[in-house]
Write a protein that binds this ligand. Structure first.
Ligand SMILES: Cc1ncc(COP(=O)(O)O)c(C=O)c1O
Length: 395
């Protein structure tokens, strides 16, 4: 007779504690309402501009027709690794220092799964890209938030690192610091001085930098993107995450990458074989055969600089205060000058009155009270959508 053992008495739920702790899902109701009303969506980052470059689409069709429909090298096609490496100011070896991932989203998970152990602390500058929290959580680590100082005036310095708070956040439990430059949601880039401070602290505590630079090719006003990989003191302790999603308006293709020194890259590739075993083969080929960073193909910064100006003008007319973004595709606007409602109520009212959806600020802040003072507005939209949004928001 087979003895039946009863289930473990402590197991009350079918899902892991990690999964249960994941944030998210809170905006679903708002999105459903916006869809129902046919509202203009300025909440999510799905690119409405620039247009997907025609040569990329043509190469994708060609690759599919040529039969590139099966598994390929997990670390990514050499053609696309070479292309991406061409775009770096500080050279990287595409054979040993680059891995193609399923978007920056997988790259972030691979980096964290490879670098942190349960219980480790990961420093996160606050406000932050909301998926950072879920990824840190899935890796079993603890986020350690460092509040950025709020801009004092529209034209003074923007969101700034509080040097004392950052220094105090580092300690023996710190394994990594997660950066995002230019940032979603603030639109600000880290300066050389910021990186120098971070490098000194990382060296002192033997901590690695994971730098999400998906907006590297979306930097405005003739400024140059400064990558963690360009900072000599971080040469061996930086991991850079990138993506074609926004720069080339192919967010559905799911093409991203991880850049790191060879020793880390070989570990990342093993983890990446487990998480996805490679990004889409034909779409990698298409990207590899397209002159991705030629000015005729990479039009995003030029197009979005104009969209940013249009959106900044619109938000000023609405009476909101904000820092004009240096890069990326979002404006983080303070609503206190126009309302004393919390951001969710303001967003709901704007949706009802103007049929335009903005993103409430709360998901991007550790302190929900502070986040409640903000909305995030996406400006990677076509001129037609921006004109319609302006009409509806200023009627
Ligand atoms: C800062 C940041 N990182 C990563 C991503 C996701 O990029 P991907 O589409 O390459 O997964 C986004 C998308 O909005 C983002 O804003």
């Amino acid at each position: 007779m087979i003895a039946m053992t009863s289930p473990a008495p402590h197991r009350r739920t079918a899902v892991s504690a990690r999964a249960q702790r994941l944030p998210g899902g809170k905006l679903a109701e708002l999105f459903a309402l916006a869809r129902e009303r046919g509202a203009i969506d300025l909440a999510v980052g799905v690119p409405g501009a620039p247009r997907t470059p025609e040569p990329l689409v043509e190469e994708a069709v060609r690759a599919l027709r040529a039969g590139a429909n099966q598994y390929d090298l997990p670390q990514g096609r050499v053609e696309v690794r070479n292309r991406i490496a061409e775009s770096f100011a500080t050279p990287a070896d595409p054979d040993t220092e680059l891995t193609i991932t399923v978007g920056a989203t997988e790259a972030l998970c691979v980096a964290l799964f490879s670098l942190v152990d349960p219980g480790d602390e990961v420093i996160v500058l606050d406000p932050y890209y909301e998926n950072f929290l879920g990824a840190v959580e899935l890796a079993g680590a603890q986020p350690r938030f460092v509040r950025l100082l709020e801009p004092e005036a529209a034209c003074g310095p923007g969101w700034r690192i509080d040097q004392e708070a950052l220094t105090a956040a580092f300690g023996p439990a710190t394994r990594a610091i997660l950066l995002n430059t230019p940032s979603n949601p603030t639109g600000q880039s880290l300066s050389t001085e910021d990186f120098e401070l971070i490098a000194a602290l990382c060296e002192r505590w033997d901590v690695i930098v994971i730098s999400d630079e998906v907006y590297a090719n979306l930097v405005f006003d003739d400024q140059q993107h400064l990558s963690a990989a360009d900072v000599p003191a971080l040469r061996d302790r930086s991991v850079v995450i990138g993506s074609l999603s926004k720069s080339h308006a192919v967010s559905g293709w799911r093409l991203g990458f991880l850049r790191a020194r060879p020793g880390l890259t070989s570990v990342f590739r093993r983890v990446h074989e487990i998480t996805t075993n490679g990004a889409s083969a034909p779409l990698q080929l298409a990207a590899g055969f397209t002159d991705l960073f030629d000015a005729s193909v990479l039009t995003a910064a030029k197009e979005l600089a104009a969209a940013r100006n249009t959106m900044a003008d619109l938000l000023s007319r609405m009476g909101l205060s904000f820092r004009v973004p240096q890069g990326g595709c979002f404006i983080l606007a303070d609503i206190r000058s126009v309302t004393d409602e919390p951001c969710e109520a303001y967003v709901r009212r704007v949706l009802e009155e103007s049929s335009v959806l903005l993103a409430p600020g709360t998901p991007f802040f550790a302190d929900k009270q502070r986040g409640s003072n903000y909305v995030r507005v996406a400006f990677n939209r076509s001129p037609q959508v921006l004109t319609a949004a302006r009409r509806q928001l200023t009627h």
